[in-house]
Design a protein around this ligand. Structure first.
Ligand SMILES: [Zn+2]
Length: 496
């Protein structure tokens, strides 16, 4: 029996020894049986049998995969207190629930509770940077609560400031909001960045212009839900382009139901697309667009959108994005009578989107790869107790299709070990649980039991069961199992 490894203490160098290292550098270098040395907040060296400073703490990565921390470029973290509630929603239920009926009921402490839980959820899954697409900030108090929650968890975050309860040209004109943004922009330290988050409706008078001007004044990137069926479309992209508000820092979330013209405008101005494949598949923004956007050479990053449906886990995002892209490729070929014999999108591509892609989207050259001098955001995937942990023959394939959050053994953010031996380090999960219980209690009592239950269970559409010409009875099916059983019983009785 080997002794369990002690959890490394903060302030001393750490080396991960003898892992398969996915560096995600430009050349896509994979180093078998290599080490990653972390000193302070940086990666000091990557390579085999590294010499390390005295006092360096060792993590045995043998049999595991060492990769850069993953980056989620769009998640509504404030909604995490409603985890799983909207599993059967479409976008319509989502909009009604949050935008029209109940989003306003979230108090500052409810936003904070959701953010704190979501932040821990990220770290636990090896997501070291998360963009908090925070469109529930109906007051600056809400915004302060959101920030202090993010600051209380040792991950890297970007607050994308938004407010669905007011128009973007209204809330961005509020001096209190502006002063909040200036303050947090000036105190940015690499652990907390800022964006502005709002959508462009396509109204020909382009009222969002004023909000874009505020973003430009403040030097903040804009992130926007674009190409969302029934909500935002090509007109919004065209207006942004014609007014000169599309740039390399602009992030287009979903970008699913857009025409080639919009993709050309995005590609020409250097912006990137944040794909939330699980979301697009269930909620209905449009077909997950990677099969189109990769032909335009548009940079891609991955995101989870909201834990109201899905969990904040980029293994799911990588897997489902490969599936949706390949599914569409096969489908389009079959329509033409063709067969796809070589897949275009590779496992390596989605691992790159989950790491370097996110770093590029956020303009962070210091994140997304394991190279000397970069920030030490590192993930070790290793689970000796799991039959899925070996053999590791194709490391990218292993990450994209075999691994899951429970296999995340160790996570470092900014050189600090935040998860070790499959457990979060120094996290107050019981405290967060109490906060979440309080929020759920608050929302539930505000809504009332009937509304609460109804919100979780949207009406089913009328069943549409086809007549089956191969049935041996002459009854007209009512479409229910019970009806068929009854006919069958009668049939048997007649036989007797
Ligand atoms: Zn979203």
């Amino acid at each position: 029996m080997t002794q369990p490894e002690p959890t490394p203490v903060t302030g001393r160098p750490v080396v991960l020894r003898n892992g398969t290292v996915l560096t995600m550098d430009d050349a896509g270098t994979i180093l078998p049986d290599a080490d990653v040395l972390v000193v302070d907040d940086r990666i000091a060296a990557v390579g085999p049998a590294l010499e390390v400073p005295e006092g360096t703490q060792e993590i045995d990565a043998r049999g595991g995969i060492v990769m850069p921390g993953m980056i989620d470029t769009h998640r509504h973290m404030w909604q995490t207190a409603m985890r799983g509630y909207g599993a059967d929603w479409t976008l319509t239920q989502y909009f009604v629930w949050y935008y029209l009926e109940h989003g306003r009921k979230f108090r500052p402490q409810d936003v904070a509770a959701g953010n704190r839980l979501s932040a821990l959820e990220s770290l636990e899954a090896g997501v070291t940077t998360t963009v908090d697409w925070s469109h529930g900030l109906q007051s600056v108090d809400h915004a302060e609560a959101a920030v202090s929650a993010l600051r209380s968890v040792p991950g890297r975050f970007v607050l994308a400031y938004g407010n669905i309860q007011a128009a973007p040209w209204e809330w961005t004109a509020d001096p209190a909001v502006r002063s909040f943004l200036e303050r947090h922009r000036d105190s940015a330290d690499g652990m907390l960045g800022l964006q502005l988050a709002f959508d462009v409706t396509g109204d020909p008078s382009f009222p969002e212009k004023a909000a874009f001007e505020v973003a430009r004044d403040l030097g903040l990137p804009v992130t926007t839900h674009a190409g969302v069926w029934g909500a935002t479309n090509d007109d919004g992209i065209r207006l942004m382009h014609e007014h000169g508000f599309m740039g390399p820092e602009t992030v287009y979330v979903h970008a699913a139901s857009l025409s080639p013209d919009s993709y050309h405008r995005i590609a020409a101005t250097g912006g990137s697309i944040s794909v939330s494949t699980e979301s697009e598949q269930s909620a209905g923004q449009g077909y997950p667009p990677t099969w189109q956007v990769r032909r335009h050479g548009i940079p891609v990053s991955l995101s989870m959108d909201t834990s109201v449906w899905w969990s904040g886990d980029l293994f799911s995002a990588m897997r489902t994005t490969l599936g949706a892209d390949r599914s569409r490729e096969h489908f389009e070929a079959h329509l033409k009578g063709d067969t796809v014999t070589q897949l275009e999108l590779r496992a390596e591509d989605v691992v790159r989107w989950a790491t370097r892609g996110g770093a590029a989207t956020l303009g962070r050259d210091d994140l997304g790869s394991l190279e000397a001098g970069k920030k030490a955001d590192v993930v070790l995937i290793k689970n000796d107790a799991s039959p899925v942990s070996f053999p590791v023959l194709n490391p990218y394939g292993h990450v994209a299709f075999q691994a899951q959050r429970g296999d995340v053994h160790t996570v470092l953010v900014d050189g600090r070990v935040v998860k070790h031996a499959h457990a979060l380090v120094d996290s107050d999960l019981p405290g967060v649980r109490r906060e979440i219980e309080d929020t759920v209690e608050h929302l539930r009592s505000e809504l009332g039991e009937e509304t609460w239950v109804a919100g979780m269970h949207p009406d089913l559409p009328d069943p549409k069961l086809l007549d089956n010409p191969y049935q041996y009875t002459d009854y007209k099916s009512e479409g229910t199992h019970a009806a068929r059983e009854q006919v069958f019983e009668e049939h048997l009785a007649n036989e007797r």
